[in-house]
Design a protein around this ligand. Structure first.
Ligand SMILES: *Cc1c(COP(=O)(O)O)cnc(C)c1O
Length: 425
């Protein structure tokens, strides 16, 4: 029996309607920017396997670091123990972050990084007797993960049915934009007006404002202008509201700078990192914050401490992978710049050579456009697969977020194939 059929008998896949799903493609191995199925057909991984892979698949340097770490120390409880890979990783990361982000809390994935930030923000106020600060602010269309806290602060249409179980949040309109967007100023002004009104009325009850800086990933690679985000943050800060940047997707060079916060030029109170942290090898996440926030949890009894921790906190294998991934990231600048400029060239050609594409947009290594037509999502996925492209459109949005191992020729080839698929739709 084929691997796909054996899978189908046993396994429940994420974000998949099993009744109508096509058989899963069985992947045997991966190398560089490609994954290979059991028939050795290659797929160019243009979405970095759900936005996690940075430097290419099965990267030997990362693989070696994990192997060697596993022979030395595979894991140890992280309450009152520590180890070299965890400390070295945080020291390395700190050099890439604003000086005041100095406290690192480990967890396992993007959702838990967000959960941690949400709990920290809430308890920061609680510990100071400001127990009325229970509301979280976020943008329409934001996505912060699939656990309950993360779903509550998000507004993904995927999570609508769980709404009754969510805690209280307030959503601000999000001025998504694209090339030649004539209404952007109007949308931004509207969003800021709603934000100001919300703050005047509810600031006393708001604990924190959480957002995906520059790009909302899951709701369709929706991009916003840096100076708008900066204005929104400054408004909220003026009302003494904590800022949480969810850079789970945008971190590690995706937007052209190491972190999106550099382009926005503000320092958040919490920074959530996951996905690319280990180069796409091992689940690992960090919530980074200020010394001031850390100290707000000091006390003579346990009650003020943060009651959060996962079994695999600061897993040494993940940390070892992340250390090497950061070293590789330092050398990836050229390739990030190349991807950025190839996206511009590719998108321009695509818009000239197709009639059904619109809302062309890109920031750094992320490129996206929308395609006209009803129920095209499944068809697109299949067509791209046939053309050896690993792409997974979100509704009508086709996007690319390739690993930095991709070459100029591979990007050009991809745009050619994507144009072909769009034109034959
Ligand atoms: C993917 C994602 C998450 C959730 O991360 P998981 O590792 O899937 O739990 C949170 N926030 C953003 C912005 C994401 O893109």
């Amino acid at each position: 029996m084929s691997l796909s059929l054996r899978d189908q008998k046993l396994i429940w896949h994420p974000f998949t309607q099993a009744k109508v799903a096509t058989l899963p493609i069985a992947i045997k191995r991966a190398h560089g920017s490609y994954v290979y199925d059991t028939d050795d057909k290659a797929y160019l991984d243009l979405i970095a396997s759900w936005w996690v892979n940075l430097h290419g698949h099965a990267h030997p340097a990362i693989a070696k670091a994990i192997y060697e770490q596993a022979l030395t120390l595979e894991h140890v409880i992280f309450t009152n123990f520590t180890h070299e890979p965890a400390v070295t990783l945080c020291e390395k990361l700190q050099k890439l972050l604003p000086d005041s982000l100095t406290r690192f809390f480990f967890s396992d994935n993007g959702s838990t990084a967000v959960e941690t930030a949400v709990k920290m923000a809430y308890q920061y106020w609680w510990n100071q007797g400001k127990k009325q600060k229970t509301i979280f602010l976020s943008f329409d269309g934001s996505y912060h993960g699939d656990t309950f806290g993360a779903m509550s602060v998000g507004s993904s249409h995927f999570h609508k049915i769980y709404q009754k179980l969510f805690f209280k949040t307030i959503k601000i309109p999000y001025p998504a934009t694209w090339q030649d967007d004539e209404l952007i100023k109007v949308k931004e002004t509207h969003a800021l007006t709603v934000l100001e009104k919300t703050l005047t009325k509810y600031a006393k009850h708001i604990a924190a404002f959480i957002l995906e800086p520059l790009v909302q990933g899951s709701s369709g690679m929706r991009m916003a202008r840096a100076h708008f985000i900066k204005q929104a943050i400054e408004m909220a800060k003026a009302y003494d509201i904590l800022i949480i940047f969810d850079e789970v997707m945008t971190g590690f060079g995706r937007t052209g700078t190491t972190f999106a916060l550099e382009q926005i030029d503000v320092i958040p109170d919490f920074l959530c990192l996951a996905k690319g942290l280990t180069g796409g090898f091992i689940p690992l996440a960090l919530t980074v914050t200020h010394q001031k926030i850390f100290e707000a949890f000091f006390g003579d009894c346990f009650e003020k401490a943060l009651t959060h921790g996962h079994s695999y906190t600061a897993n040494p294998l993940g940390c070892a992978a992340a250390i090497v991934s950061l070293d590789l990231l330092e050398k990836a600048t050229q390739s990030i710049n190349m991807i950025t400029s190839e996206h511009r060239i590719g998108l321009k050609k695509l818009s000239e050579e197709t009639k059904n594409t619109y809302k062309i947009r890109n920031v750094g290594t992320i490129a996206a456009f929308d395609i006209k037509g009803k129920n095209v999502n499944q068809l697109l996925k299949i067509k791209f697969q046939e053309h050896s492209l690993l792409l997974r459109p979100l509704d009508n949005t086709v996007y690319m977020i390739p690993p930095y191992s991709i070459t100029k020729e591979e990007i050009r080839w991809s745009y050619k194939k994507i144009t072909e698929v769009c034109n034959k739709l």
